[in-house]
Design a protein around this ligand. Sequence first.
Ligand code: FUC
Length: 821
Amino acid sequence: MKNIVSYLRNIFRNAVRNVFAGVAIVSATVGAYAGDLVMHYDRPARYFEEALVIGNGKLGATVYGGIEDDRLSLNDITLWTGMPEKGSENDLSGNVGKVRRLLDAEDYAGAENANKSLQGHYSENYQPLGNLRISYGTSGHGAAGGFYRGLDISEAVATTRSQVEDGTAYTREYLASSPDSVIAIRVTASGNRPLEFSLGFDSQLPHEVSWRKGSEMVIDGYAAAHSYPVYYGAVPDSLKHEYDEDRGIRFRTIVGVDAPQSRIAMSDGRLTVKGGLEATILISNETSFNGFDKDPVRSGKDYKAIAGRNIDNAAAKSFEEIRSAHVSDYKRLFGRVSLDLGETDRRIREMPTDMQLRLYTDSLQSNPELEALYFQFGRYLLISSSRTPGVPANLQGLWNEKLLPPWSCNYTTNINLEENYWPAENTNLPELHMPLLDFIGNLATNGRDTARKFYGVERGWCLGHNSDIWAMTNPVGLGAGDPMWASWNMGGAWLASHIWEHYAYTLDRDFLARYYPYLKGAAEFCIDWLVEKDGVLTTSPGTSPENRFLLPDGHPVATSYGTTSDNAMIRQCLMDAGAAAKTLGVDSGFIAEADSVLRRLAPYRIGKKGSLQEWWHDWEESEPAHRHQSHLYGLYPGNHIRRDSMPEIADACHRTLELRGPDATGWSTGWRVNLYSRLGDGEMAYTIYRRLLKYISPDEYVGDDAVRGGGTYPNLLDAHSPFQIDGNFGGTAGVAEMLVQSTMTDIYLLPALPAQWRDGSVAGLRARGGFTVGIDWKNGAVVSATIGSEKGGCTKLHFNGTSVDIELKPGETRRINALPR
Ligand code: FUC
């Protein structure tokens, strides 16, 4: 392991030398390459960050693929600690005046302290379900060679294969089916040696095991009724979960085996399977979570019946039937987009994916198939983690093994939750946006109480920096949270823009009419929260997540008035709410109000370093290379800073990115790919994309050659580090943004194409205005484009330095051939 990099370099150097010498190459792993949409490895996973994730948008597993002892750590996206929000008991809004007075007096340290008086409870924790352990013991499954472990993201099926000396090959296929609501594993032996294995289940949550129908293991358990975050120092870890048998979300997991030629026995809490050449293991799970505002015990789901029904229905089918229904359901979504960035050298693509990643990181070697795989993997992850109504993908999508996960594995709204959904529209997965859009509705309900009781705002709703399955909205911190992260209230403004974005891409008016009240409510809160300062409107107090400025005495402080990011989020929210009202032909009074506020909103300013000023005054940042760059919100994900209409401000954004430097966490790196793309800087977008794909060692790996920081783990999950899925989604959105950008009236083809992607093609991306776009390009120029529209419409297509007006009838698709340049 220690010298793996030089080992890889040698393989590559020798390979190149051999090619020139006309010598046949023997690659590092024989015959492992199975297509450009397959991640593959030559050994079982030892760490979470090597294991392969599968999911049906609700139930998921992290598959280790061990030869003798296999493990699937299981998750259900609805298994959280806690109970529905009760709302704040106290009205703290009287404290706002004090913070504002201190800010008016320029007493920033005093305002920072007073800002803590506007804080409530923390979010709850997302919980792991448990582990299915499959023990093949000494039954001879141990490999004599040819071990293969892979995940085919074109089908969403994981596989392990191993061989024993007598020639018997054991294959295991794992999938999480949405149509059948189960995880299914098929174990087959091809050869003479029959199967022999046992199954056990363990969980860190209180649970009991019983039996059903003679051969099914039933696990009944429950999550804590309340818990604290891992970083909350006032309560020791051992006391952070408050279990109460009568409160909190319950679950039932059922594990069954269909192995007609085998003997199945139950003893000591395990199921044993002997004989036969194939077996199917089925796992179903349901929780009592029945909505953000329902008590999960008294008004919970009939979860035991649902878990039973799901496994009974699946058990009535063959594995092939479950597999083929799963693959066609998955492909219906995944297959909408294809991307070709060029071919990878054969010797490289045959290497295991983690080795490819290392080589890609440690040399300037190109690997366009790995780059395209990472893009498509983000789409795979969204399909696998975002299909539960009202329950969006969390900080880890849905794959979490810890009782006290980092940041509670919650919904962090000052970037992370939103970033999860950046690829939903432009990579053609709009229905997977719905869990978030419905969640926004839940937040809008609870956020009214927060607007009144924390901020004294009577209209609309707001949201702080954290939320959970109960759609909590209050600012966190319990009176002691650092304002740089705890005291931020723009979550509603940011999230509500997703409502307009979904409309902009789909032109679904019924959707817009139904969700418009949430967008309007977020905008109303913003309007009423604004104060007048030096003749313009801005916020007070505000923060610029999660950076601080230095006071003249060098003291770092976050609380200020007039932060650029607050102004930017409010600007975008009011623009989107106004556009929605105009589209629907409603609320002329509100439209006029929003327009007049927009005219009076504090303008952008350029600071002494030529960068976009982050605070009201041109203060020094306490961390000049800070991972957050929220003041660039208007450039991306917002869209009101444009190179054509605001060139100086766009240049200042570019300067900000330069000053921030190249190193950041995974999600920040993913964001920067998008920011550089919007600036039309394809080379920097590509450089940062490569930076996102930097090999990072598993967290618990302790070798001298361990690589730490932000980047990508061996299993292609994003390293903040630790694992956070937002960087994956940011990276996927960023690639799409390099290839197609759009407004409601214009579509730009290859707006940020790097030289490294000279030739290529993409099909199925989506653009605002309800269009679907495909491009073939050569030598960095468009050769032909395909543009389709379900509902019909007009747009101006920009490519190769020219523009063409296009009008499409409903359902029409048109191919445009570029003139040779
Ligand atoms: C924000 C970020 C951190 C991390 C956390 C989940 O607070 O600043 O880097 O991503 O969310």
